[in-house]
Design a protein around this ligand. Structure first.
Ligand SMILES: Cc1cc2nc3c(=O)[nH]c(=O)nc-3n(C[C@H](O)[C@H](O)[C@H](O)COP(=O)(O)OP(=O)(O)OC[C@H]3O[C@@H](n4cnc5c(N)ncnc54)[C@H](O)[C@@H]3O)c2cc1C
Length: 222
């Protein structure tokens, strides 16, 4: 049962499924209860009885009747590890959706360029699925093709995969090298999400290309 138990800000939600995405990433689906959210927001979740919680961007769309998150199993991770042990019917504790990494209505007519490393693709999946008419390009950086996260969810002509470790992606190299070897759309709106170093380096490249700070939106995962 959704919201079966509350403890302060914590609300207990029942897990519906745990899907393997690739050998390091899984998708955790659980009951949404009466919560609404804006695509791009995150949830703080943890296992019941453990005060430790971590933020995870919402992967599912606003129209979905459940919440889904994609979670990387971080080696030695205090929360991602225990979350991976959970099974359908088990409970997780969550706080209400939060965050400002969202797409304002007045930007929806623009070309939106989403740039993600690893699970940083999660909020973009929610934004894209919730806004089917969006004019977007999604640049996803991973180590190899095996690390991609459901690439079939996007129109092939809108997805650019950059693989740093081998040539299995469309572009061999890091996101930063892709950007320095391809034209930069000066009128687009840029959303960057994932690893903090990638975000800082991409911001620098965009600034060198006269992209205004107001055109750049960021969410650092770690
Ligand atoms: C707003 C926000 C949204 C987030 N959304 C997501 C999401 O959708 N999916 C997701 O998987 N994570 C997401 N994260 C990261 C997540 O909150 C945790 O940091 C991550 O799951 C590790 O937590 P842990 O308790 O398992 O590891 P910890 O015990 O806290 O950390 C162990 C070590 O792993 C490092 N680390 C953390 N994340 C990663 C990573 N992805 N790759 C490599 N090393 C890492 C930490 O810096 C630390 O040194 C988000 C973070 C923020 C701030």
């Amino acid at each position: 049962m959704a919201e079966a138990r509350t403890n302060g800000n914590n609300i207990s939600h029942s897990i519906l499924s745990v899907r393997t995405i690739n050998d390091k990433v899984f998708a955790l689906r659980f009951e949404k209860g009466s919560h609404s959210f804006i695509p791009g927001q995150y949830l703080q979740i943890g296992v019941p009885g453990d005060a430790k919680k971590r933020a995870f961007s919402i992967y599912s769309a606003v129209t979905d009747t459940f919440f889904e998150l994609v979670i990387k199993m971080v080696e030695g991770g205090e929360v991602s590890g225990p979350l991976h042990e959970l099974k359908p019917g088990d409970a997780i504790e969550m706080e209400a959706p939060a965050g400002r990494f969202t797409l304002d209505d007045q930007l929806k007519h623009k070309h939106i360029i989403f740039i993600a490393s690893g699970t940083g693709i999660s909020p973009f999946h929610s934004i894209i699925k919730s806004n089917p008419k969006l004019n977007y390009t999604l640049i996803h950086g991973v180590r190899t093709k095996a690390d991609l996260i459901e690439p079939e969810a996007y129109a092939p002509e809108k997805l650019i995969t950059c693989t740093s470790r081998d040539t299995t992606g469309q572009f061999h190299g890091r996101i930063t090298r892709y950007l320095t070897t391809h034209p930069i759309d000066k009128n687009a709106e840029y959303f960057l999400c994932g690893n903090g170093t990638m975000i800082e380096e991409v911001k620098e490249i965009l600034a060198q290309n006269q992209i205004a700070a107001q055109q750049i939106h960021t969410e650092v995962f770690y």
